[in-house]
Design a protein around this ligand. Structure first.
Ligand code: ZN
Length: 192
């Protein structure tokens, strides 16, 4: 298992976790920004992070891994590969989370729900509802990044590779603006 510093290093080295001076979509400023998809572009990093989850659920007799599109697809696939079980994904149809493409769950099937980032837990709860509609059982929830600050309880065994609380400030209270040294960057707008 990776320790906390090693996990943070994976997110930093892959460019998923950035440090600087960021303008968030909320208009607030932050000294960190997480774009989880960036770590998932590298199979060797994805393999390491997924192993953290696979190992935590290895003794739970997981029979299928399921995640919400898009963020959960790669996570579900790699965790499932390591547990040697199938991976499927849910997606939205007219706003409702559903299984399509011929994906099915069996009654009583033991499912692990995974997601890349959890903030409010809304998508994960919708996936849990889909699993339960089929009469399958949600054995656990695994996420790469938990941004909920420990506020989301799914009522089952839940594990996160990285729990983090990114601090942010109104521009008028931003300590980085006050120092005036780092230019403000809007994430995703860099041409690097
Ligand atoms: Zn600022």
């Amino acid at each position: 298992m990776l320790n906390y510093e090693e996990v943070v290093k994976v997110f930093m080295d892959s460019g998923a976790l950035m440090e600087g001076h960021f303008l968030l979509t909320s208009g607030r400023h932050s000294d960190q920004y997480m774009q989880c998809a960036r770590v998932l572009q590298y199979p060797h990093y994805t393999e390491k992070l997924a192993r953290q989850l696979a190992d935590k659920f290895r003794d739970d007799n997981i029979e299928v891994v399921i995640g919400p599109a898009l963020g959960g697809i790669v996570v579900a696939y790699e965790v499932a590969r390591q547990l040697n079980v199938p991976a499927i994904f849910t997606e939205r149809l007219d706003g409702e989370m559903v299984l399509r493409r011929g994906f099915l769950l069996d009654a009583g099937q033991r499912a692990l729900v995974v997601e890349d980032v959890v903030t409010t837990g809304g998508s994960v709860k919708e996936v849990m509802n889909v699993v339960e509609k089929f009469g399958a059982k949600v054995v656990g929830v695994g996420t790469l990044v938990d941004r909920s600050n420990g506020q989301v309880d799914f009522g089952v065994k839940q594990e996160a590779v990285l729990s983090m609380d990114i601090s942010s400030w109104e521009s008028s209270n931003c300590p980085l603006c006050a120092k005036g040294k780092l230019p403000l960057v809007k994430p995703g707008s860099r041409s690097k």
